[in-house]
Ligand binder design. Structure first.
Ligand code: ZN
Length: 79
């Protein structure tokens, strides 16, 4: 929590702006912002949500065994 006390030694005078990974808006990168690099709490929540849904999609994919079973079903060797 010392970041705010640190003098801007060697830092550019103009405030640092970053693009919010969630909404794409430029906003001031501030150590006071607990949601950085997001601009707001909402944007951070959206990003976390996207992350969760992506993970869900991954889990929803059929497993290799299921795919193999499907393949074997219609491709049984007959002698
Ligand atoms: Zn945002």
């Amino acid at each position: 929590m010392n970041d705010t006390d640190r003098p801007d030694a060697g830092a550019p005078r103009k405030p640092l702006e970053v693009r919010c990974p969630s909404c794409g808006e430029m906003h001031l990168y501030s150590t006071d912002n607990p949601y950085r690099p997001f601009c707001s709490k909402g944007c951070k929540a959206i990003d976390l949500g996207a992350w969760a849904s992506e993970e869900y999609r991954f889990e929803a994919k059929p497993t290799r065994d299921e795919l193999l079973e499907d393949l074997m079903d219609g491709d049984e060797p007959r002698h």
